[in-house]
Design a protein around this ligand. Structure first.
Ligand code: NDP
Ligand code: ZN
Length: 351
């Protein structure tokens, strides 16, 4: 089969590989829709997780099952499925301790395009199929379904990590597709004011539609000053879904004692993040920082898909560019790398 791969750090190309083998608990799927992710860009061009050779990229997909292992209970050949970008081993010790995403070692629930070939091929392998697939709801838009793979669960995980409660004043730093779903999650969890930080107009417009109450443009001035001013003081909670290693410094400075930061941003470069000592209460300010890989798995996919079918969230609105045919994962990924101003998220439909 052919697939679009990371050949080495900084280089991509098409390669040919054997179709993956199906173990007793696994499924083999063919893609119906695919999306490239900013994480693919960090992986290839920043070398953020180290070198990978001839590894098929991609972890966001909707699929059709073409083979199931002998022990798979709930899925059969021909089922159309939501595929979680993070596919933990659900019987692992880590999963039993509620950190399934780290089953097998830190970040090891992230298998596609990290520890094994990803979804940008004619076929892909899903481990623990009963735990990691979910049936595609009847009539669901393929774009929305593909966003349930990663963008929706990651944005929502940012809101979980920040522990957003009703009435909270919240800043969401970064409103690309992940941060936009963070805005939607904050709104659903009952945030009062939501300050969304970004600069692209289409992202800002969608943030307002998803529940942001004010847009803060980081290119037009210091975001700490802007947010402290709009909020008349520090905020309760912060989701970080963009920025760089200095963003924690800014977040700590605009957060209340007892406030919480939920980071889902993938820090692709540098050795350290900055925490300002005094504003962090000299280590005693009760300003919490949690950073997490989204948990993945079937229950989460089913529940988030339910929010889509109930018309409570509209992740299909993230899709600004649609391609057709597997060969177009290449230009779609290049769009993600170049981030033109009108891009939020590209989608590739495999007709
Ligand atoms: P985008 O690049 O599309 O969005 C990044 C956002 O951050 C944009 O709104 C951008 O603004 C904003 N931004 C950039 N620089 C700054 C800055 N200095 N200060 C404030 N805001 C800034 O990324 P995605 O939404 O696709 O992904 C967000 C992150 O989430 C990525 O790092 C991705 O790898 C990671 N991720 C993490 C996962 C997890 O499980 N934890 C899973 C999936 C993704 P603008 O472009 O408007 O100028
Ligand atoms: Zn992703």
């Amino acid at each position: 089969m052919k697939g679009f791969a990371m050949l080495k750090i900084g280089e991509t190309g098409w390669i040919t590989k054997d179709t993956p083998a199906c173990g007793p608990l696994d499924a083999i799927c063919k893609p119906l829709a695919l999306a490239p992710c900013t994480s693919d860009v960090h992986t290839v061009w920043a070398g953020a997780i180290g070198d990978r050779r001839d590894m098929i990229l991609g972890h966001e997909a909707v699929g059709e099952v073409v083979e199931v292992g002998s022990l798979v209970r709930d899925f059969k050949v021909g089922d159309k499925v939501l595929v979680s970008a993070i596919t933990p081993d659900w019987s692992s010790f880590a999963a039993q301790e509620n950190y399934a995403m780290h089953s097998g070692g830190m970040l090891s629930g992230w298998k596609f395009s990290n520890f094994k070939d990803g979804v940008f091929g004619e076929y892909f392998h899903v481990n623990d199929a009963d735990g990691n697939l979910a049936l595609l709801p009847e009539g669901m838009d393929l774009g929305a379904a593909c966003m349930v793979s990663d963008m929706v669960p990651t944005g929502f995980h940012g809101a979980e990590l920040a522990d957003i409660q009703y009435g909270d004043n919240v800043a969401v730093i970064g409103i690309g597709p992940v941060g936009l779903m963070g805005v939607a999650a904050a709104a659903i969890r009952g945030a009062a004011n939501i300050y969304a930080v970004g600069s692209r107009k289409n992202c800002a417009d969608l943030a307002l539609e998803f529940g942001a109450t004010k847009i803060v443009n980081y290119r037009e001035g210091d975001i700490i000053e802007q947010i402290l001013d709009l909020n008349h003081g520090p905020v309760d909670k912060i989701i970080i879904a963009g920025g760089d290693n200095d963003t924690f410094d800014q977040a700590i400075r605009m957060l209340k004692p007892g406030g919480k930061i939920g980071n889902v941003n993938y820090l692709g470069e540098g050795d350290y993040v900055k925490i300002p000592r005094v504003e962090w209460g000299c280590g005693m300010g009760h300003k919490y920082i949690a950073g997490g890989l989204m948990p993945g798995g079937r229950a989460r996919s089913e529940k988030l898909a339910r929010l889509v079918t109930a018309n409570r969230i509209h992740p299909e609105k993230l899709i600004t560019h649609t391609f057709h045919g597997l060969e177009n994962v290449e230009p779609a990924l290049m769009l993600m790398k170049d981030k033109p101003k009108d891009l939020i998220k590209p989608l590739v439909i495999i007709d």
